[in-house]
Design a protein around this ligand. Sequence first.
Ligand SMILES: [Zn+2]
Length: 51
Amino acid sequence: MMTEPPKSKDSDELCPICMRSKNKHTPKEMLVCSKKLQEFRKNQTEEAGIE
Ligand SMILES: [Zn+2]
């Protein structure tokens, strides 16, 4: 892998939906992304056949 680990001092997490720092999200964007993430996880679970 060529990716370097992020040297973040604070909890500078990357959003798995839009791949941007969560700190750079507006509250509205956070809402949209977390909603998408929930749907994404739900779809994954359904595809895996986990009840
Ligand atoms: Zn996001």
